[in-house]
Ligand binder design. Structure first.
Ligand code: ZN
Ligand code: ZN
Ligand code: ZN
Length: 369
């Protein structure tokens, strides 16, 4: 098992059985993580239809624009029959034909474009449309050893970027200037794509999804740096560290950073099979609330990660699902004081048979540059 490929061909048969078990006649998967998970094909998203037609029984068919047939055939060999449609012709009859007969219900890729959803509804009148995640969630939520290795490779790559932060992060430079250097480094570290670069200094640090701005970073300001990208494998990185630059941070900041550090450490330490996702969230939240910062932790503790940057399992109140070995997710509590500053610490972890495996290994202490 440990030597199995990252995109094993047997996944199609596994998904077919799960499709039948879910009471669906087929999955229809347009470009995105579901299609890639089953075929390894990193398909181009565009107005021309690419769609894997995976009947619960029978032969799968990958429908592609003629101009993308070479790319589709170069994808990892999953033995899928490729059928192409010439530019300007209607591809939807090919979907109907590939289904191989009348169907009652199909599962659509969760993130399919609405124009494709509606075109499929017109091509398959009366056929119930459901979400492919009904089938694929349970397959994707537990990572194989090869997937864990791919996520570990991504984690090591983003860690290498954080280790270089002192080269770029200085008072007087703008967040956007620093972010441009980081983006170059994310690619240089082995990612094929930069997914996001958050450089949030001073008051901007209180906005969890800030991004960047042309505001120069001030001396003594805390800076939240949350960065991630996609590796050639398709698997993603996502790691946040908080830095101080050019002098000591405000005293209150150092106080609540210590609280945050303990919250993140305790949440990671609580992870093992059988513990619920919401219990991990509660561990982090209780530490922060007990210190009086409960209202300042304004998001869930974490999200799953894999071929998508955010996927199941979500580490959030209400998710009673017990963790299982192979589940990969972030642990990223934050404390945000509007108009002043903020902090977040984020690691990707994998629930292991005994305990937890951390995929980010740079120190989580406040880093003074
Ligand atoms: Zn986020
Ligand atoms: Zn992040
Ligand atoms: Zn994250």
């Amino acid at each position: 098992m440990g030597d199995e490929a990252l995109y094993p061909a047997r996944r199609l048969a596994v998904a077919q059985r799960a499709t039948a078990a879910a009471g669906l006649d087929a999955l229809l998967l347009t470009p995105g993580s579901d299609l890639r998970y089953l075929t390894g094909y990193d398909a181009h998203e565009g107005e021309r239809l690419t769609c894997l037609v995976l009947p619960a029984e029978g032969e799968p068919t990958l429908i592609v624009p003629t101009l993308e047939r070479p790319a589709a055939e170069a994808a990892p060999d999953t033995g899928v029959r490729v059928v192409d449609h010439a530019d300007g012709t209607d591809p939807y009859p090919l979907v109907v034909a590939a289904l191989g007969g009348p169907v009652a219900a199909v599962g659509l890729a969760d993130r399919m474009w609405a124009e494709q959803v509606l075109a499929l509804r017109a091509a398959l009148p009366g056929v119930a449309q459901r979400l492919a995640s009904e089938v694929l969630r349970e397959l994707r939520i537990r990572k194989s050893p090869a997937e864990v290795a791919a996520l570990a490779e991504a984690g090591a790559a983003i860690d290498a970027v954080h280790r270089r932060m002192g080269q770029w992060l200085r008072p007087g430079r703008t967040e956007a200037e620093v972010a441009a250097d980081i983006a170059t480094a994310i690619r240089a570290a082995g990612h094929v794509r930069v997914d996001f670069v958050i450089v949030a200094a001073g008051p901007n640090g209180a906005s969890p999804h800030h991004g960047t701005s042309d505001r120069p970073i001030g001396a003594g300001e805390p800076v939240v740096v949350d960065i991630g990208g996609t590796m050639a494998s398709g698997y993603r990185s996502d790691c946040t560290r908080t830095y101080t630059v050019g002098g000591p941070a405000p005293a209150e900041f150092a106080d609540y950073y210590a609280v945050l550090h303990e919250a993140q450490r305790a949440a990671v330490a609580a992870i093992r099979p059988g513990v619920s996702a919401e219990a991990v969230d509660a561990v982090a939240r209780d530490v922060i609330a007990d210190a009086g910062y409960g209202d300042a932790f304004l998001h869930r503790t974490g999200h799953g990660i894999g071929l998508d940057g955010h996927e199941e399992p979500y580490v959030v109140a209400g998710n009673r699902r017990p963790l299982e070995a192979g589940m990969a997710f972030s642990v990223e509590p934050g404390i945000y004081l509007a108009g002043r500053h903020g902090a977040r610490i984020e690691d990707i972890v994998v629930c292991a048979t005994r305990g937890v495996q951390r995929l980010n290994t740079t120190p989580t202490e406040l880093i003074a540059l």
